[in-house]
Design a protein around this ligand. Structure first.
Ligand code: ADP
Length: 268
């Protein structure tokens, strides 16, 4: 009896080991597939604007289009737009590679939320202007603090605010606020705009995904911003989430630990 029992136990544990090996092999194949897909997408995304820049310049330099003509102007503008896009893409892709290799550095300081949000609104005015919306700070207790890397956190705010402006109805208001919820601070960015379609909600934070994949997409973002923002917030032990209703608008939330003011005071 005992020997048979030991035999069965050994049998089960060996089977478990084999299953575990199989599972981890499958995981590796899956990870490799994701990497391959990422490289294929990146190559395509980088090549597209560069091809258009090269084609525009070739036409002008090759003499097919007269320099100083309206046509040449148009081509130069195309080249410029696509250079901008290429730069955005490259910066985003470098950020993703830093995040994935865990090499992104965070220089966290005690950050006072109110002036931080004032600066976010001031620094992102260009987006508001471009999309004819207004950024307003509706609520923010002061002083309240978080421990955060100011530059990386500002990158998240710019991403949320530019999205809010981009997907807003013209002449609407984008509200920015901070509230204290127990030991956390919730920063919210609310737009009254397109909203996010139900079927797209689960994919918002994925790389290279956009609800609108039509041609106009070529100039309006990379589909990488929210993926990067989520990673940055999570590196701060925070959470990035959203609620959204189609044709009504969206709110994105950053939930982050409130800096312990008492502890900080002792060391000051
Ligand atoms: P990008 O803005 O560069 O396309 P993001 O990762 O920042 O990339 O956003 C991904 C997609 O999520 C957007 O293309 C859009 O479809 C959707 N989205 C993000 N923010 C909003 C918003 N405030 N309102 C509606 N849709 C949004």
């Amino acid at each position: 009896g005992q020997r048979m029992f030991t035999g069965i136990v050994r049998d089960i544990s060996e089977r478990k080991e084999t299953e575990e090996k199989l599972r981890s092999a499958m995981r590796r194949v899956h990870e490799q597939q994701i990497k391959d897909e990422f490289i294929a997408t990146v190559s395509h995304e980088l090549r597209t604007p560069l091809t258009s820049i090269k084609a525009s310049l070739d036409l002008i330099i090759g003499g097919a289009i007269e320099a100083n003509s309206d046509q040449a102007d148009t081509l130069i503008q195309i080249a410029q737009k696509n250079s901008d896009r290429l730069l955005l893409l490259i910066n985003d892709i470098l950020d993703i590679s830093k995040i994935e290799s865990e090499k992104m550095q965070f220089n966290r300081i005690k950050l006072r939320v109110k002036p931080f949000l004032d600066t976010a609104i001031f620094d992102n005015q260009a987006y508001a202007k471009k999309h004819h919306v207004k950024f307003i700070l509706t609520h923010c207790p002061d002083p309240i603090y978080i421990n955060a890397d100011p530059d990386r956190m500002m990158q998240v705010m710019s991403n949320l605010m530019s999205n809010a402006a981009k997907f807003s109805n013209e002449n609407s208001v984008v509200e920015v606020s901070a509230t204290v919820i127990k030991d956390k601070i919730r920063i919210a960015v609310t737009d009254k705009g397109l909203g996010i379609p139900l079927e797209f909600k689960s994919r918002v934070f994925e790389k290279f995904t956009q609800a609108d994949t039509s041609d106009k997409r070529a100039i309006s973002g990379t589909g990488l911003g929210l993926h990067i923002s989520k990673a940055i917030v999570e590196q701060h032990q925070g959470e990035l989430s959203f609620i959204s209703e189609l044709d009504k608008g969206s709110t994105f939330y950053i939930d982050i630990q409130q800096a312990n003011q008492e502890a900080e005071k002792c060391s000051e």
